[in-house]
Design a binder for this molecule. Structure first.
Ligand code: MTE
Ligand code: MO
Length: 201
């Protein structure tokens, strides 16, 4: 035999773009929901920006679609370990909604909440600057209900638990207020590149 001892069976080098401790889920797209998928028709979906804003605003899907279209093409990372490469979400940049409502200077954090009651907290800076979307399409088709359709939040540079499905609103705050998983031990920010999985990481 001509194999070099110690070489065969060595783990392959991590794929570039894979954060520490993650694996590539390939074509799979697992569904992770703490709730039962709600019966939420596109016509009944609304999104509200409230709290520390100049003017609280609410949009339905038809009005949300009037903002310039914006897509995210890239990778997503779930704290349970899977990452998915080359996803394509279509919708609108969250900046458009925030600019319309006018965050007050005192606003530093936000709680994103779902039509089901699920919540996630984020620093406001992670939701601005072209890094967060409200998405209603996946691969050019309407977002499937189990993946958060009619519309969900997509904040791909953080662990995907922050990307609230069946998104109902954002409340802007002057302090960090833990959401559903964050009250159960998960990290307040959740940067996958720093492996911020659990509180204190
Ligand atoms: N409303 C709601 N949004 C949610 C969740 C949830 O349980 N409820 N799970 C989060 C988690 S942990 C992940 S990894 C992603 C999963 O999205 P997917 O089911 O489309 O893969 O949604 C996030 N958003
Ligand atoms: Mo997750």
């Amino acid at each position: 035999m001509n194999t070099t001892r110690g070489f065969a069976g060595r783990p392959r080098a991590a794929r570039p773009g894979l954060p520490p401790g993650q694996y590539d889920a390939g074509d799979d797209w697992p569904v992770l929901s703490a709730e039962v998928t709600p019966d939420l028709a596109a016509a009944d979906w609304t999104f509200r920006v409230s709290g520390l804003v100049a003017e609280p605003r609410t949009w339905d899907l038809a009005r949300a679609r009037r903002f310039p279209a914006s897509a995210y093409e890239g990778d997503i990372h779930c704290v349970t370990g899977w990452s998915k490469f080359g996803v394509r979400f279509g919708g609108v940049s969250l900046d458009a909604f925030l600019e319309a409502a006018g965050p007050l200077a005192s606003a530093t954090h936000a709680v994103a909440y779902a039509h089901t009651g699920y919540t996630a907290n984020l620093p406001l800076a992670d939701l601005t600057g072209g890094r967060a979307w409200i998405a209603w399409e996946y691969d050019g088709r309407p977002l499937a209900p189990e993946h958060g359709g009619p519309a969900r939040l997509v904040v791909p540079h953080l662990y995907f638990w922050k990307s609230v499905k069946w998104l109902a609103g954002l409340e802007l705050l002057d302090r960090d207020r833990p959401g559903f998983w964050e009250q159960n031990g998960y990290h307040e920010r959740g940067n996958p590149w720093e492996e911020q999985r659990y509180s204190g990481d």
